[in-house]
Ligand binder design. Structure first.
Ligand code: DSN
Length: 420
């Protein structure tokens, strides 16, 4: 038999292998607080890295363009059935490559270029794809953004209603990338009905909290719901769309052939695995702990005299406004990174600074909860954040905190990572 030249990655491409090992070590050693990230389980990672990456499957189960789908069809059907069971949706499409393509498919399914759209403005915590001007959603559609109230930074429903009546959007987005409070989907529905708009909810950040029963669900309220599958949901990097049965055809056609080609079957399988994990009772505990950790962290940060957008949190996100600390968000985020605590700088409502150099930092508790951090780690974390933000240029202090962080992390090995 001929010997196949098929060496493992470490031998084939040591440069890439070493970089992956470096990233693995970083994810193990550091406190990862980027609100959109998490640790996928070993099972999810295995499915993602499987030979399913080899297969093309344009179309949908039972109606594909290429042969050889006897394993792919049941995989996609399982993913759909489990997501339906988990979220109680009438129709599910698991093919979007991620959240932005899922949102683009919604535009294609319901709108024509130039149609009016309303979404939460980026500086108020919205997402680029909800109509912001540098995204195709703001360039190809006539988009307006609603904001939050100046006094408490909660969504300004008076403004949503006023803009809806003025602008007459065909589609209203609710959902966010950086809003630490529960979304009132019913109020959005009311306003959408007043102006005859489609209501689209983007639950990318909170899908895991909804699946775990600690955040209300928009399913059955919104006409269409989009999500990523990797944030609090803890699956692979992918996307999903839920909709009412009446919109199933339009959504499926918009995803394929509308904006995408063949689905990423390795991702579809990993979504199925993540949905199975989320159906297990432990996931409810996980979701509850994510929110409890965020609340504890918020209370501790307040006790260290930080200013929090909205004064606290209901979900996994804590947004710190550093204006009063006289430390730009970027300086704080970079110093925290050197101290082993990874987050991102973020605009705060009515920010006086530019988006690339904003006044805040965004923290999320999805990843740290996956590795088992609880209230006492949240208290330590708040103390470290205080120390670093008070002296972001004190390299000795940052090195000392980094060593403490590494030691703390070593006691909480995250899912999916084994380091020697
Ligand atoms: N980049 C994601 C986030 O950090 O919220 C959203 O796409």
């Amino acid at each position: 038999m001929a010997t196949l030249n098929d060496p493992p990655l470490a031998a084939r491409d040591p440069e890439i292998w070493n970089l992956i090992k470096g990233e693995e070590r970083r994810e193990f050693d550091k406190i990862r607080l980027i609100a959109s990230e998490n640790y996928a389980s070993r099972a999810v990672l295995e499915a993602t890295g499987s030979i399913l990456t080899n297969k093309y499957s344009e179309g949908y189960a039972g109606k594909r363009y290429y042969q050889g789908q006897e394993f792919i069809d049941p995989i996609e059907t399982l993913a759909i059935d489990r997501m339906k069971q988990l979220f109680g949706a009438e129709h599910v499409n698991v093919q979007p490559y991620s959240g932005s393509p899922a949102n683009l498919a919604v535009y294609l399914a319901f709108l024509k270029a130039g149609d009016p759209v309303l979404g939460l403005a980026l500086p108020a915590g919205g997402h680029l794809t909800h109509g912001w001007n540098v995204s195709i959603s703001g360039m190809y559609f006539n988009s307006r953004g609603y904001g939050v109230r100046r006094e408490d930074h909660r969504i300004d429903f008076d403004e949503v209603r006023r803009l809806a009546h003025e602008h007459k959007p065909k589609l209203i987005w609710c959902g966010h990338s950086a809003y630490p409070r529960t979304l009132d989907f019913a109020r959005f529905r009311e306003i959408a009905d007043e102006v005859g708009a489609i209501l689209a909810a983007d639950i990318a950040h909170i899908a895991g909290l909804i699946a775990g029963g600690v955040h209300p669900s928009p399913i059955g309220i919104a006409d269409v719901v989009t999500s990523t599958t990797h944030k609090t949901f803890r699956g692979p990097r992918g996307g999903v769309i839920f909709c009412k049965a009446e919109h199933a055809k339009a959504i499926d056609k918009a995803v394929f052939p509308g904006i995408q080609g063949g689905p990423h079957n390795h991702t579809t399988a990993a979504i199925a695995v993540a949905a199975k994990e989320a159906l297990a009772p432990e996931f409810k505990t996980y979701a509850k702990n994510v929110v409890e950790n965020a609340r504890t962290l918020a209370e501790e940060l307040l006790s260290h005299d930080f200013t929090l957008v909205t004064g606290g949190t209901d979900n996994h996100i804590v947004l710190i406004d550093l204006t009063r600390n006289n430390v730009p968000g970027k300086v704080a985020a970079q110093a925290l990174d050197r101290a082993g605590i990874v987050c991102n700088s973020n605009s705060v409502p009515f920010d006086q600074r530019k988006p690339f150099d904003p006044s805040g930092i965004r923290i999320g508790t999805g990843s740290v909860t996956s590795r088992g951090f609880g209230p006492s780690e949240m208290k330590r974390l708040a103390g470290w954040v205080r120390e670093v933000v008070s002296a972001p240029e004190d390299e000795k202090l940052l090195a000392r905190v980094a060593a403490e962080v590494r030691e703390c992390c070593a006691a909480f090995p995250p899912p999916g990572i084994v380091v020697s």
